[in-house]
Design a protein around this ligand. Structure first.
Ligand code: NAD
Length: 489
């Protein structure tokens, strides 16, 4: 079956180009998908443009759009197991993570279905009895929605659900390494009754297909979740027509541990924060910042526990962490670790590929703990996006905050302490978009998600995640019109 969806039709690549989709667990080919030509990308944009400009879709009653999103959520629940399997085959992540992700995707659709008709705007009190002034919200237009490979469907759902709830049209482009669940979601959107042209799907490399979307004067908004390099290039393209831009970029998230925190709880949660999905998580707690008195014990224990993490294929129920997304990505992670070691850091656990014969074909890397690091090292400053946890040391509360904020990123962070006052103080001082206190990596569709500083522009989820896809319009009516007499003639 063809894998591009343009103007309500499934079509194959116009020049026959296909991409092989690889299972990172064993490097096998799991599917071949069509790659959109430049003309097909333009056709998808034109279809989204037409559906916005020349059909009633943007003005459908919100209750109808909400019902449609609810139907999509029901279909995701129906297909949850097979979609989770697709996500695992394509990303290497453990099935229990993929099931969780798919459940979250359904919840995101339900959340925006519920929110769609909750805020129709507001009346403005102007003090003028002869005027009605009101604010209404309108959709922005044709949106390009570009996703990353680490949470392929979840990240796309944070965009497409609010975009449709607000009445926009869209061209979706998943990361070229991980298109499978986006293809399936597009089938479900069609099955749920999304009108022709309202949602389109194109596949291919970001530097070409993504950039065509960014550069197009017919795209009104572009939302990208990905790395800094893609974000910067996209901003250049967006300048062409001042399109609305939403960027969810990377992170270098601090996980601050005070010595009064419960040791077992902290170590257990720090492991999950750093190594879930093999650290390929934008908000991964990849920088543990640990108070003096606890430092040596923490380093020893987390190293011991990291060494025991069971690597394996995502489909294997015993697997605790899967492979990295590609051989190239693993090479980047390895280079980061090698550079840190050369600069004097100490590898406490991992720092190598696994030995098991059954893991040799996949792109595996052992969960790695690195101590004795210096804040100036590249491994502390740049996103590694792999299973690598560094452990830094602090003495005072001020030092902990300074270390945690000493980054160009600002996506998320956490503080572990038994002192409630200190927890609130530190949370208030962290320059990060999400702060967890005595927890990690929890997010809910009701709460905004996004980054300070170079972790992004704008917010996804929550009511703000819907506002990203709406323009406020002021409508003023004079209910007693008459001459103003401003000019005498
Ligand atoms: P990436 O930047 O390589 O690619 C992301 C998407 O952008 C892909 O679909 C890609 O094809 C596309 N793209 C690449 N160049 C482009 C261009 N010039 N114009 C338009 N589109 C382009 O990122 P990735 O490797 O897929 O994902 C990992 C990155 O995503 C990490 O930095 C991670 O932190 C970040 N991320 C952030 C969040 C968040 O919520 N802030 C969530 C997940 C991932």
């Amino acid at each position: 079956m063809p894998s591009l969806y343009i103007d309500g039709e499934w079509v194959a690549s116009a020049d026959g180009t296909c991409d092989r989709v690889i299972n990172p667990s064993d490097a096998s080919v799991v599917a071949e998908v069509d790659v959109a030509t430049d003309d097909q990308v333009r056709a998808a944009i034109a279809a989204a443009r037409r559906a916005f400009d020349a059909t009633d879709w943007p003005r459908t009653p919100t209750s109808e759009r909400a019902a449609l999103l609810d139907r999509v959520a029901d279909l995701i629940d129906r297909d949850l197991e097979s979609m989770a399997r697709l996500e695992t085959l394509n990303t290497g992540k453990a099935m229990r993570e993929s099931r969780w992700d798919m459940g979250d995707v359904a919840r995101v659709f339900r959340y925006y279905a519920d929110l769609a008709d909750k805020d129709a705007g507001r009346l403005v009190d102007t003090g003028n009895p002869d005027a009605i002034s009101r604010i209404v919200y309108e959709p922005i237009g044709a949106c390009a929605l570009i996703g990353p490979w680490n949470y392929p469907l979840l990240q796309l759902s944070w965009k497409i659900a609010p975009a449709l709830a607000a009445g926009n049209t869209a061209v979706m482009k998943p990361a070229h390494l991980t298109p499978l669940t986006a293809i399936h979601l597009t089938k479900l959107l069609a099955e749920a009754g999304v009108p022709r042209g309202v949602v389109n799907l194109v596949l291919g490399e970001g530097a070409r297909v993504g950039q065509l979307l960014a550069d197009s004067p017919d795209v009104d908004l572009i939302s990208l979740t990905g790395g800094l390099e893609a974000g910067r290039r996209l901003l250049h393209g967006a300048a062409v027509n001042l399109k609305r831009v939403a960027l969810e970029m990377g992170g270098k998230s601090p996980n601050i541990v005070f010595d009064d925190a419960d040791f077992e709880t902290v170590v257990d949660n720090a492991l999950t924060a750093a190594f879930i999905h093999s650290g390929q998580v934008c908000s991964a707690g990849c920088r543990a910042i640990v108070q003096d008195a606890l430092y040596d014990r923490f380093v020893a224990e987390i190293g011991r526990r990291a060494d025991r993490i069971r690597l394996g294929a995502g489909l294997d129920d015993a697997t605790e962490a899967g492979a990295l997304i590609s051989n190239e990505h693993r090479a980047k992670v390895e280079a980061h670790v090698a550079e840190a070691v050369a600069a004097g850091a100490r590898v406490v656990a991992g720092g190598r590929r696994p030995d098991e014969p059954e893991l040799q074909a996949g792109f595996y890397y052992r969960p790695t703990v690195i101590a004795d690091v210096d804040p100036s090292m590249r491994i502390i400053r740049e996103e590694v996006f792999g299973p690598v946890l560094t452990v830094e040391r602090f003495t005072t509360e001020d030092e902990a905050v300074a270390l945690a904020n000493d980054t160009t990123y600002g996506l998320a962070g956490a503080v572990w302490t038994a002192d409630a006052g200190r927890a609130q103080r530190v949370a208030g001082r962290l320059r990060h978009g999400t702060v967890w206190i005595n927890d990690y990596n929890i997010y809910v569709p009701q709460a905004e998600w996004g980054g300070f500083k170079q972790s992004g522009i704008g917010r996804e989820l929550g009511p703000t995640g819907l506002d990203e896809y709406r323009e406020p319009k002021h409508i003023w009516q004079n209910t007693r019109p008459g001459p103003t007499g401003w000019f005498g003639g």
